[in-house]
Write a protein that binds this ligand. Structure first.
Ligand code: MEV
Length: 324
């Protein structure tokens, strides 16, 4: 059995704008997906996972021809991109075999914390390890990108990049990511406000708005271009006050392009009122996750207030290592 662990992520700044070429500031966090791959004695693939308490299974040929599923259309929708990731991994390493693949996720699904990207990355890595004895991160990235493309047509690649390489980085589409030093003082509290609109739909909606009203929306993109770099600078200097001010502006820009919700706005504002330096939605929006930037002194009041109203509030740690 070959097992790989891939981290999820928080986008500190730059989601959506990154799809059109702006930079994003993103960090890998200590919530993981674990995938194991073992040999089968026929030429089939069988993938199994628990999704929201239900068992999903898909069985296929090595060429992605689906033979059987358990869990209906939802299982197919969720696991088809995983099959694509496996087939692409076979193609890139020029080896294949029948396998059973098991996916275990600790990441709240459909929340904007990059659970599907982490599934693709961990899957490709476990298959790579099983067939070659090691994890080639370039191959994992390329194969996971193909999986992600089935989920939404225009991914920037930020989610799979951070899950593959880990740490905290500035990412711009088509460029080599820049690894950054973590801040010593910054603490990120994250929580989810419930189910959200699928990433593909919400990305499309934003792009449509931009093409309908370019003279109004383009200046928002221009301003968003500077935010991740400035926020990274302030975090590096442990200037949480100014990092937080810009994080707040980032949330309002995302709100302006229509990806916040009244519930997200409520919790972002509550975090700020309770003392967070800044708070914003993170990921694709339309529901899902947000974070509050705090330090040791300010964290308890914000944490307690969020915990009274929301089920899972996490204090996350930024992890240096990507998939392994
Ligand atoms: C989703 O985690 C981030 C988005 O910017 C989409 C992407 O970059 O592919 C909304």
């Amino acid at each position: 059995m070959s097992t790989a662990l891939a981290p999820s992520k928080i986008i500190i700044s730059g989601e959506h704008f990154v799809v059109e070429g702006a930079p994003a500031l993103v960090a890998a966090i200590n919530l993981y997906v674990e995938v194991s791959a073992e040999e089968r004695y026929d030429n089939h693939l069988r993938i199994e996972t628990d999704y929201e308490g239900k068992k999903f299974v898909i069985k296929s040929t090595l060429n992605e021809k689906i033979l059987d599923t358990a869990g209906g259309e939802k299982a197919k929708k969720f696991l088809r991109p995983v099959l694509r990731t496996i087939r692409k991994t076979f193609e890139f390493i020029e080896k294949s075999e029948g396998m059973n693949v098991y996916i275990y996720s600790k990441i709240p699904p459909s929340s904007g914390l990059g659970s599907s990207a982490a599934v693709f990355v961990a899957t490709s890595a476990s298959v790579c390890k099983r067939l070659t004895g090691l994890i080639d991160k370039e191959i994992v990235w390329k194969a996971a990108f193909e999986g992600e493309r089935l989920v939404h047509k225009a991914p920037s690649g930020v989610d799979i990049t951070i899950s593959t390489y880990g740490g905290m980085l500035l990412y711009r589409k088509g460029e080599k990511p820049i690894m950054l030093q973590k801040s010593g003082k910054a603490i990120f509290l994250i929580a989810t406000v419930g189910k959200r609109v699928p990433t593909g739909k919400i990305v499309e909606r934003v792009l449509k708005l931009k093409s309908e009203f370019p003279s109004i929306i383009n200046p928002i993109y221009m301003s968003a271009n500077y935010l991740p770099i400035k926020i990274a600078e302030f975090l590096r200097k442990d200037d949480l006050y100014n990092a937080g001010r810009l994080i707040n502006i980032n949330h309002e820009l995302l709100s302006a392009v229509g990806v916040s919700t009244p519930r997200l706005d409520f919790f972002v504002n509550l975090s700020r009122r309770k003392g967070a330096y800044g708070s914003k939605l993170t990921g694709a929006g339309g529901g899902g996750a947000f974070f509050a930037l705090v330090d040791d002194e300010r964290k308890t009041k914000v944490f307690n207030s969020l915990s009274k109203r929301l089920k899972d509030v996490f204090e996350v740690t930024i992890v240096d290592e990507g998939v392994n």
